[in-house]
Design a protein around this ligand. Structure first.
Ligand code: DGJ
Length: 533
């Protein structure tokens, strides 16, 4: 079997695992869950019964290199063994120099040597600060992105991990790696250390200017305007008001690239970087230099070892975020999203509309455990979102994953084509999708109150008038777009699912049941239509 890889098919990036197209029906675990095998044991069982095919969880610099040059991989080996026993894959989150814009996962020998591994200075001369965060002040420190030694040692540890995976993971249980976690600097738009000041006075590297100009169509307005005005000079001269964030993005992306490239040289599986999104405010209110929408082109230029950039979605603007993160050929990969009742419809929409590579609610082990959901998974979320009060139901999410798992060959076959699309209740405009001579629309607001606002309809066309429809909380409507044959009727409606690659019929719907409506549990139908005059 080949290594897990990314291929471009129909103009879109697709993941291949065990030589087959694959999407991660996944969940990201809480940060500390994968720190021991004992804690993980019951989680695997629960996640397997949720019909996930994969998990995302941290492997940390702190744990694999507790003393300089001494590497420990027993935990990684155990996690691979556990995953295999449960028939699941996983993605590693490399918590190296950054985790949520801080350096809490750097090993002690890094943290305690501030000469060799200097911290960023939010305020000149200070390596430790209080930064405003939501309603309180957060004690904050992080490594400087401008220190070559930090980059070198982070990259060395990561390369060791990747070399170890190459040796032990011959069944490819680890399918991809996230390099660092939510990078950037909080509290100021840029680092004010001497190293950073020196970099700020230099000329903007030509590779960056050229890379941005080559991606001009995607640039945000202020960056494009700055570049049109000036294409050579210091950061301030070229980028004006956006100089601080551009500088931070360039050096942070450089660090991630060095780490990812060192890892890929050992073991070239897919790698990506994730992002703490802009949540209003200015750079520094959100981590400045992380791969936010505003600076994606910087990362695309400077970090070619990253296969994509991924949003962590804790804001209510799900639809808009998906749009933003699919520019410039970036495939949608959602490594973290709020664990709440909309996750089922968002999963269906991400796969159906955006042909996503991964969908992973954060703190997934809390599903069905309301007390923990309200505590753990709310860290850092936009808590003004009323949807957070509505839990994601285990049975609903499990059924969606089960059906999408069986559908994977059918759907990935249509990735990058117009034959796969989805509608979602939270998007109020555009409730119709056209497939050649047939249009399918959805009316929402059905089912119990618990799913109001959370409906979705995914449709995959497999023949001219044949569709698989995966629905939840909606009623589909069909129309002919064919002026020669303006009327439309059902030839057959089969309720069923794919098991072991075969279509298994549960019921042939007709008579009263021909008035299809998708209720409180996701349901899969195979529909044959007939257009006539
Ligand atoms: C985003 C981070 O990437 C995760 O590690 C975790 O801290 C969540 N926030 C908590 O909501």
């Amino acid at each position: 079997m080949s290594l897990p890889r990314v291929e471009t098919k129909n103009g879109t990036k697709i993941l291949f695992v065990d030589d087959k197209p694959f999407y991660l029906l996944s969940g990201e675990l809480h940060n500390s869950s994968s720190s021991t095998l004992e804690y993980m044991e019951p989680i695997w069982d629960k996640m397997q019964s949720l019909h996930l095919n994969s998990l995302l969880f941290p492997v940390t610099w702190q744990q694999i290199e507790p003393a300089e040059g001494e590497f420990h991989f027993e935990l990684v080996d155990g996690l691979i063994r556990q995953a295999k026993e449960h028939g699941m894959k996983f993605g590693i989150l490399w918590f190296g120099s950054w985790k949520n814009a801080a350096c809490s996962y750097a090993p002690d020998w890094v943290k305690t040597d501030l000469e060799r591994f200097p911290r960023a200075e939010v305020v000149k001369g200070k390596s430790y600060n209080e930064v405003p965060f939501k309603l309180f002040k957060m004690r904050y420190t992080t490594l400087s992105a401008f220190c070559d030694e930090t980059t070198r040692m982070d990259a060395r540890a990561f390369a060791k991990l990747c070399a170890h995976l190459r040796e032990v993971d011959t069944d490819h249980t680890v399918v991809l790696i996230q390099v660092e976690n939510e990078t950037g600097l909080l509290g100021a738009a840029r680092d004010h250390s001497d190293l950073a000041d020196e970099a700020f006075q230099k000329k903007v590297p030509q590779e960056l200017i050229e890379g941005l100009l080559a991606r001009k169509d995607g640039l945000v307005e202020d960056v494009r305007a700055a570049l049109e005005n000036c294409q050579e000079g210091t950061w301030q001269e070229v980028f004006g008001d956006t100089a601080d964030e551009m500088l931070m993005a360039y050096y942070t992306a450089k660090h991630i690239e060095a780490v990812a490239a060192a890892g890929k040289a050992e073991y070239p599986i897919p790698m990506y970087a994730n992002c703490w999104l802009v949540q209003g405010g200015k750079p520094g209110d959100y981590p400045s230099g992380g791969p936010v929408y505003r600076v994606m082109e910087v990362y695309q230029t400077v970090a070619p070892s990253l296969d994509w950039l991924a949003p962590d979605i804790y804001i209510p603007q799900f639809i808009d975020t998906c749009e933003k993160y699919t520019k410039q050929g970036n495939p949608l990969f959602i490594p973290e999203i709020a664990l709440q009742f909309r996750a089922t419809s968002r999963l269906m929409y991400a796969i159906g509309h955006h042909h996503a590579l991964c969908f992973a609610p954060f703190g997934i082990e809390d599903i069905g455990n309301l007390a923990d959901t309200s505590l753990g998974a709310l860290v850092g979320m936009d808590t003004s979102d009323p949807a957070l009060k509505n839990p994601l139901l285990f049975d609903v999410y499990a059924r969606a994953n089960e059906l999408l798992s069986g559908l994977m060959p059918v759907l990935t076959e249509q990735y990058g084509t117009d034959n796969l699309n989805a509608l979602i209740e939270e998007k109020e405009d555009g409730r119709t999708m056209n497939f050649g001579k047939v249009s399918i629309s959805a009316a929402f607001g059905f089912g119990e109150k618990s799913i109001t606002g959370a409906g979705a309809l995914l449709a995959a066309r497999t023949e001219e008038d044949e569709f698989y429809l995966l629905g939840y909380g909606c009623m589909p409507e069909f129309e002919s777009l064919d002026p020669e044959n303006p009327y439309i009727e059902f030839l057959s409606i089969e309720e069923g699912e794919f098991i072991g690659g075969e279509w298994v019929l549960h019921r042939l719907l007709n008579g009263d049941e021909e008035h299809v409506h998708f209720g409180n549990i996701p349901l899969l139908l195979k529909v044959k239509l007939h257009r006539f005059s």
